[in-house]
Design a protein around this ligand. Structure first.
Ligand code: NDP
Length: 250
């Protein structure tokens, strides 16, 4: 199904994006990964001849327009767009200044909107396409101490639900994957932050694990496999959904 198809993955140099890139490349897709750090991108691109890397800040409109258009000129229309890039930093309401708010919204929500808008320019020319946004359980429920992050991920859900309506009946579906805590640098950073507040490493790790309904951290490959499934024939009627990967109902 995805052999030779062009797939764009923002934030493809690390964590969930990296796992998606490797899985799709291993299955014959033509994978474009983007992000701000060239070193991590190059490392992933060096692991497979099917992966190419471009530096792109998703919050910078001009960059998104020019990089996606460059990738399309090189590898043809995008057929799978994975809007994955994001930052997960939390602050309580009274500590949230406008600069912090704009940083989170600018990356997670503006970035997803710009990535989908620019990808769709070429996707609309093909006869099959999948848009997949990596939202979060914070796109379904409020996350204490992370208002900007929760708002950005709820916003992502708004985009996915809207675009699935806008393009209803066409060859492109729009879905969001909403993971609980996944074993990536985001969880490592959360653990470090708890340690800095005097919580022991063991307790901090336990708190992260216990935050998932099934009391274990989710692996990046689990998210990647779900993205892959969305690109199979079996998922052709799945559209406008928030797919929770959280060990239980959020
Ligand atoms: P990572 O930190 O490993 O991945 C985030 C990626 O986004 C990085 O590759 C980073 O690359 C990229 N990124 C961040 N800001 C920008 C930007 N302005 N422009 C371009 N790229 C950017 O963590 P995860 O893999 O866990 O996160 C991936 C997605 O999954 C995020 O949207 C996150 O919110 C979501 N998620 C993660 C969960 C978890 O527990 N890990 C749970 C639920 C959702 P670079 O810094 O080089 O730009």
């Amino acid at each position: 199904m995805i052999t030779n198809k062009h797939i764009l993955i923002t934030g493809g140099g690390t964590g969930i994006g990296r796992a998606i890139a490797i899985l799709f490349a291993d299955n014959g897709a033509n994978v474009t990964i983007t992000g701000r750090r060239s070193n991590v991108l190059e490392e992933v691109a060096d692991s497979s001849s099917n992966i190419s890397a471009f530096q792109m800040d998703v919050s910078n409109e001009k960059e998104v327009i020019s990089v996606i258009s460059k990738a399309v000129s090189k590898f043809g229309p995008i057929q799978v767009c994975v809007a994955n890039a994001g930052i997960a930093e939390g602050k309580k309401l009274q500590n949230t200044d406008l600069e912090f708010w704009r940083k989170i919204i600018g990356t997670n929500l503006d970035g997803t909107f710009l990535t989908i808008r620019e990808s769709m320019k070429s996707m609309l020319k093909a006869d099959w396409g999948r848009v997949i946004a990596i939202s979060s359980i914070a796109g379904i429920k409020g996350l204490k101490g992370a208002g900007a992050y929760s708002a950005s991920k709820h916003g992502v859900m708004g985009l996915i639900k809207t675009y699935s309506e806008e393009y209803m009946g066409g060859p492109i579906t729009f879905n969001a994957i909403c993971p609980g805590y996944v074993n990536t640098s985001i969880v490592d950073t959360n653990i470090k932050s708890m340690i800095s507040k005097g919580i022991s490493e063991k307790d901090a790790h336990k708190m992260m694990v216990n935050a998932n309904r099934h009391k274990r951290l989710i692996q990046t490959e689990e998210v990647a496999q779900t993205a892959y499934w969305l690109c199979t024939q079996a998922a052709k009627s799945i559209n406008g959904q928030a797919i929770e990967i959280a060990g239980g109902k959020v």
